[in-house]
Ligand binder design. Structure first.
Ligand SMILES: CSC[C@@H](O)[C@@H](O)C(=O)COP(=O)(O)O
Ligand SMILES: [Zn+2]
Length: 215
């Protein structure tokens, strides 16, 4: 893949972010959270650009050549490669929150099953779990942490509009599920975003267990 890097972006920065994405993706894939080329990952490079996975690549075996540049409207920059089909969901996060620098999207079995089970209720309501405090800004297990479940669609502007509507209603958002699809979460850096993803995977698994055991 021939990636031309704009002069305002240090090539070493792109390489560092691409390596960080590839490493995180390999670890998440090893956990079985990225089956069959699913999932996508990105990191902000500056106010105008993000590095993101090229569409359709095996997320367990990414190299620098599998990561490309996009602008904050989700358009490819300096390459004819095709960015993730879900790029607009990443750039929406970067546009809305200048402090957010990483977006991770995975398709684990737990995330997928939870998204279907809780779709009718429109959200997973997390309360009483100590691990809620792994989410930035959450200080107690007593708070209610809502993870919305948005209907799936192949038309990204519809998904973007659903997320915008949630945020424009003033509701807090740290992550969302897409029905029958997977989870999106984000953070200020890779470590924080991985922590969010791991905590949510654990919490969704606990909620599924509770439903199963109380059935
Ligand atoms: C392989 S099915 C999953 C895809 O449709 C999509 O949801 C996904 O997560 C990966 O798409 P991609 O375009 O590779 O970023
Ligand atoms: Zn997906």
């Amino acid at each position: 893949m021939n990636q031309i890097i704009p002069p305002t972006i240090p090539p070493a920065l792109f390489a560092e972010r691409a390596d960080a994405i590839a490493q995180a993706a390999a670890e998440l894939a090893a956990s079985g959270w990225t089956p069959a080329t699913s999932s996508n990952f990105s990191m902000r490079l500056d106010a105008e650009h993000a590095a993101i996975t090229i569409s359709g690549r095996d997320k367990g075996h990414l190299g620098r050549d599998d990561i490309m540049l996009v602008d904050m409207q989700g358009h490819a920059v300096g390459t004819s490669a095709r960015p993730s089909a879900e790029t607009e969901l990443h750039t929406q996060i970067y546009r809305r929150w200048p402090a957010m620098n990483v977006v991770l999207h995975t398709h684990s079995r737990t995330q997928s099953v939870a998204s279907r089970l809780f779709a009718k209720e429109g959200a997973v309501r997390l309360q009483g779990w100590e691990l809620q405090k792994a989410i930035a800004g959450q200080t107690t297990h007593d708070s209610e942490l809502l993870i919305p479940v948005f209907p799936n669609t192949q038309h990204m502007p519809e998904l973007v509009a659903q997320v915008d509507a949630w945020l424009d209603a003033g509701k807090p958002l740290h992550a969302y599920l897409i029905d029958g699809h997977g989870i999106y979460t984000w953070g200020r850096d890779m470590a924080e975003t991985r922590r969010h993803l791991e905590a949510l995977e654990f919490l969704l698994g606990c909620e599924l267990d509770l439903r199963r055991l109380s059935a």
